[in-house]
Design a protein around this ligand. Structure first.
Ligand code: TXA
Ligand code: MG
Length: 335
């Protein structure tokens, strides 16, 4: 299959709609990462999203809608605090998990009675979703377990030949996936940290917890149990207070002739030779925006990436550190 990469205009949107209406898939930009979209009401279309990505069949998908779409068509029982969150943060990088009305196919939620809904703020995403005017099930547009794509080029590298169209909306400004927040209970519970932090949610809803699975319990956000976001080179992750060890490990690998790069925040870049630094930046938003871009760059240039955890761990950094840790997890780690 020939994969076209097109700027978002009337012509490419017409083509995108044709593909989606006939049960196909289209990659599109959002403010977080690129998504691989299909008609959420079509079992076959959704099945092909899982097949293209090689995604485990027990990991549910998020449904994306445009800002005028009536959410009552998809979900019900919105708690007052959930309505407040929706008004405060949507459109934007917050996915809300509600009780499902069952108006999308079962495969989207993998048989759960809940549905994850997202209204992206990216103008290109809004144009695509308005053009098709239907709920679009979309995971990140990467091969399962690889780094999520933050540019059309990243999507192309993973899915070339497997999908007909990539809508190119430039580099994603957010850089890590949306916060996933369960709003079916008495108070919000964050299932996946992201750009809308638990602190921001608590400020609006009065309370917010971050879910951590306890031993033996069924995981509430199935996607969180898998190793994820991994570059195709070796990675070694060091705690923020182990900079000296990270620097020594870098030197040893470098001396052994390995292509080694250091991924770290601005503050500590001096611990490594400048030309081998993948600099995450200084602010929380910069670090989120740069993380996947640098992992993509790093896997092309390096045999090994030495990563140093940024020191700040709360707010948006909870999401950044979660993704960095998963990128550096050993195969088979189930956390
Ligand atoms: O920013 C994003 O959310 C991107 C863009 C494309 O919108 N999408 C994305 O999708 O990251 P994906 O499939 O890579 O991750 C979806 C996450 C998974 O962790 C999954 O387990 C969780 O959302 N999820 C989906 N439906 C759920 C549900 N009904 N209950 C709990 N978790 C759910
Ligand atoms: Mg993903």
């Amino acid at each position: 299959m020939n994969t076209q990469v097109c700027a978002i205009d009337e012509k490419s949107l017409r083509r995108a709609k044709e593909i989606i209406v006939s049960g196909g898939v289209v990659a599109f930009p959002t403010e977080t990462v690129y998504g691989l979209g299909a008609d959420a009401r079509s079992d076959e279309a959704v099945a092909s999203v899982y097949a293209i990505k090689g995604r485990p069949s027990d990991n549910p998908l998020i449904v994306h809608v445009h800002r005028e779409f009536d959410l009552d068509r998809l979900v019900y029982d919105e708690a007052p605090y959930a309505a407040k969150l929706r008004r405060a943060f949507l459109p934007g990088p917050l996915t809300l998990v509600y009780r499902s009305r069952g108006n999308v196919c079962l495969r989207v939620s993998c048989g759960l009675d809940t549905l994850a809904v997202r209204v992206p703020s990216h103008e290109g995403a809004q144009r695509f979703l308005r053009a098709v005017d239907m709920p679009i099930a979309a995971p990140s547009a990467n091969i399962s377990k690889h780094i999520s794509p933050v540019s059309a080029q990243h999507v192309y590298e993973d899915l070339r030949g497997k999908i007909p169209l990539i809508l190119d909306g430039g580099r994603c400004s957010g850089g890590i996936e949306s916060t996933v927040c369960d709003v079916t209970g008495e108070y919000p519970v964050v299932l996946r940290t992201g750009l809308v932090s638990a602190e921001m949610i608590a400020a609006v809803a009065g309370r917010c917890e971050i879910y951590t699975p306890k031993g033996g319990e069924q995981v509430r956000s199935p996607g969180m149990k898998y190793k994820h976001y991994a570059p195709r080179c070796k990675t070694k992750l060091f705690a923020a207070d182990k900079l000296a060890e990270a620097s020594a490990a870098f030197s040893e690998l470098h001396a052994a002739g390995k292509r080694v790069y250091a991924l770290c925040e601005d503050e500590v870049r001096g611990a490594f030779p400048a030309r081998y630094v993948l600099d995450l930046g200084g602010s929380e938003r910069e670090m989120a925006a740069n993380l996947y871009e640098l992992l993509h760059e790093g896997e092309k240039a390096a045999d090994v990436i030495i990563a140093v955890k940024p020191r700040k761990e709360d707010g948006i950094m909870a999401g950044v550190i979660n993704r960095l840790t998963k990128a550096c997890a050993e195969e088979g780690d189930e956390t």
